[in-house]
Structures are given as structure tokens and as C-alpha cells.
Design a binder for this molecule. Structure first.
Ligand SMILES: [Zn+2]
Length: 405
């Protein structure tokens, strides 16, 4: 490690503001000073980005590294934990190459995801920062266990009753240092025996889980499609509503009052539009139908109501390939966000959804030095973030990624 001074023409701070002609001082893994009129410390080397745009590294608050996004590889039953860990490391690097310097993995089959997180943090292997939950807490037989998708066994931690929920969440937090807790408030498109809209964990179960997570300062993300499940999750005090189908105006009011965030996973829903034929064979249309039709108006209503939106793609789900993470921000702009707001969704608000806003998500002293140097301003055209020619250099933890390959 060492120290770097970056002379930046334009800085997109990450909180919706910008600064011009600034110097950024990086010592080891941290940003130590940002100034317009010269830095106080001296640095080992200077990087001239005076004709460039510098922004925080992107954060994707919702991916699945156990799955490679190939619809034919949804069954992971036959794969060893070691195989999954090696593949996850490779898939995580696909995201890093796009400038996504932090990923939240929101349900993995084995505890090897914790080992991968730690190995990356220790510099054993190169990858983006990982915030991981381990397994997803769900009811017995819930979410995607059983049926055609038996490979999901183990991705789900089955609980019945608040005491079991509390115990399993404590194990995740205390044994493994889970960075967040993921709860299945409803079924899913991939659930064979219940519909996506059917409520699963009870308010009492989710309340117990949330209490334990909050004691450790960890956020709770609730997977939610149907209306009753969203109500249950909000009544339990979860921090983040994920997917949020059937989001009613009452839910939006309650989210506003409670300060909840929304992770809309539009990358997946827009892909679903192409995939409904395949899913149609597996779904119970009575309870799952209409999911995609709701995604767009729900997003717009939440945006208009000022609900904080944190970027999360669901990369790893069918045809949502790892390394396409920034496309989520393009969808946001297509549906009415300003590019500035979309960048905040993919940086500071995504950090907030992981309780990491004091460490990540903006270019400010005290934060980790995760930054992108861009050859063009993505606020003029957000799709530039999906173009590898625009993302010139990637600084992760105070070191340029390309220097470590
Ligand atoms: Zn997901």
C-alpha cells in the first residue's frame, strides 16, 4: 500500500453534489483529504485526472454469486461448496471490471461465501468488497426450496416461529459475522409450491430476526412480492424492501414514516419481460401473474414519493449476468430518475442499504478509497457506465485494480 494524490477535473461526490478541480489524497485504503486549493499531506505519486470525471465505485446491493445467470444452471445441487466459492470469486470479478467495487450477496448455499468475503478483504484474492448474509431465512419449504429447484436447498434456512428465527439469525451474526440479514417475506417466482405473492414469514418471526440484526447494527432486507408480505415486513421493522411488487400507497406512506429503502431489481424485472414464456410453465399464474406489469408503476410511485432507492440488480438470476450491474442505473433513468439521482442510488444510497454509508458510497475524507476515473461524464448519458471504454481506471481499497491483475 502507499499513498496517491488524484488531481480530478470533476468529482461526482455520490451524494448528488459535484466538485470541480479538486485534489483527492489517498493514504493506504482511505480517502484522507479532498481539497480545491492543494492538499496538506504529500503523497507517493500523483495521478493526473484533470480532464477526467471521478466518482465513487458503484455498489450493487443485490446479487447472487452462487448462480451464474445461465437458466440451465439453476440447479446447484451437484456442485461442491469449494466449486461454488471458486466460481463466485470469478463472477464477483466480472462485476469489479465494470467499476462495481462493492457487492451484496443476498443468499448463498454454504458458508463459503463468508470465506470468500474474508479472502478478498485480506487480499488473498482480488475481488470487490462483499457484504454477505449467508443463507436466506424463510419458512419451512418456503421461497425456492423443493420442487424443480432443489438446488436451492441450503440457500434457504428454514425457521418456524420467532424463537427459531431468532436462533438462526443469531448464528449467522455470531458464528459468521453476517453483514446483513435476508428474510423471505413472500414466495418467489421460482417457488414451486406457493405463489410469489403469498405471504411466508410472519410479522413475529421477522420482528425477532430484525431485533437480533439491529442489535449487531446489521440491516435487514426482506424479499417481498405480494401485498400482505410487504405489510408484514414493514410491520416487523425491516430496513429494506426488495423487489416490492404490489407496493401500495399505504406501504409507501409507512416506508416514508419508518425510513425504509427500496431495492427495485429492475434489471431482473426487465429481463423477465423476455422470459415470461419460460416462467409461465413454472408459475402459478393466479398468484404470480402481473409481476412485471407492476414493476414500472411501482418504481415511479416510490420515486415520486421520495422513497430512497438503492441499486440492486439480482445478477445471477436467469439471464441477468454478472458484470452487467450498471445497467440497473440505466433503467432508473429510463423511468424518470435524473442521472445524478441514479448515481446516488448506485453509490451512497446503496451503501446506506447495507449500513455502510459511513465507510462507502461517496468521495469524502474517512471513506474507503473506492473510486472510478471516467473518460466521459455519465450524467450526460448514464449508459456510459455500461461501457468499458468510459470506465478508465478502477481504484479499490486505495489500489488500482489493473495494477493487481
Ligand atoms: Zn434476489
Amino acid at each position: 500500500m502507499g499513498s496517491i494524490q488524484i488531481d480530478a477535473g470533476t468529482v461526482i461526490v455520490g451524494d448528488g453534489t459535484e466538485r470541480t478541480d479538486v485534489q483527492i489524497g489517498v493514504q493506504d485504503s482511505q480517502i484522507v483529504e479532498v481539497a480545491e486549493n492543494g492538499l496538506e499531506n504529500s503523497y507517493d505519486r500523483t495521478v493526473d485526472a484533470s480532464d477526467r470525471v471521478v466518482m465513487p465505485g458503484l455498489i450493487d446491493a443485490h446479487v447472487h454469486l452462487d448462480y451464474p445467470a445461465d437458466p440451465d444452471q439453476l440447479d446447484i445441487t451437484g456442485l461442491s461448496d469449494e466449486y461454488l466459492a471458486l466460481r463466485a470469486a470469478e463472477l464477483a470479478r466480472d462485476a469489479l471490471r465494470t467499476g462495481t467495487t462493492t457487492l451484496a450477496d443476498v443468499a448463498s448455499r454454504s458458508t463459503s461465501i463468508f470465506s470468500l468475503r474474508d479472502a478478498i478483504a485480506d487480499g488473498v484474492t482480488l475481488g470487490p468488497r462483499l457484504a454477505v448474509c449467508g443463507g436466506m431465512v424463510a419458512i419451512t419449504g418456503g421461497r425456492a426450496t423443493g420442487g424443480y429447484n432443489r438446488g436451492d436447498e441450503g440457500v434457504i434456512i428454514e425457521v418456524d416461529g420467532p424463537d427459531e428465527a431468532r436462533k438462526e439469525v443469531r448464528k449467522l451474526l455470531m458464528y459468521h459475522g453476517a453483514d446483513l440479514i435476508k428474510l423471505a417475506a413472500t414466495g418467489a417466482l421460482s417457488s414451486p409450491h406457493t405463489g410469489a405473492r403469498d405471504a411466508q414469514l410472519t410479522v413475529e418471526e421477522m420482528t425477532a430476526a430484525t431485533e437480533e440484526a439491529h442489535k449487531c447494527g446489521r440491516p435487514v432486507h426482506a424479499h417481498c412480492y405480494g401485498e400482505a408480505g410487504i405489510s408484514n415486513a414493514l410491520d416487523a421493522g425491516v430496513d429494506v424492501i426488495v423487489h416490492g411488487q404490489s407496493l401500495t400507497d399505504d406501504h409507501i406512506d409507512q416506508m416514508h414514516d419508518q425510513g425504509s429503502l427500496l431495492v427495485p431489481t429492475l434489471a431482473t424485472f426487465r429481463k423477465l419481460e423476455d422470459r415470461m414464456e419460460i416462467l409461465g410453465e413454472r408459475e402459478r399464474p393466479d398468484s404470480s401473474g402481473g409481476v412485471r406489469e407492476e414493476a414500472v408503476p411501482n418504481f415511479k410511485r416510490a420515486l415520486e414519493a421520495g422513497i430512497p432507492i438503492a441499486a440492486g440488480t439480482d445478477c445471477g438470476m436467469p439471464e441477468v449476468y454478472h458484470g452487467t450491474n450498471p445497467v440497473e442505473l440505466v433503467h432508473y433513468v429510463d423511468l424518470g430518475m435524473t442521472p445524478d439521482e441514479a448515481i446516488t442510488a448506485g453509490t451512497l444510497t446503496a451503501a446506506r442499504s447495507l449500513n455502510l454509508e459511513d465507510e462507502l458510497g461517496s468521495i469524502e475524507p474517512g471513506k474507503y478509497a473506492d473510486m472510478l476515473i471516467l473518460s466521459a461524464d455519465p450524467r450526460e448519458d448514464i449508459s456510459r457506465l455500461t461501457d468499458s471504454d468510459t470506465v478508465d481506471r478502477i481504484l479499490l481499497d486505495g489500489e488500482f485494480v489493473e495494477d493487481q491483475l
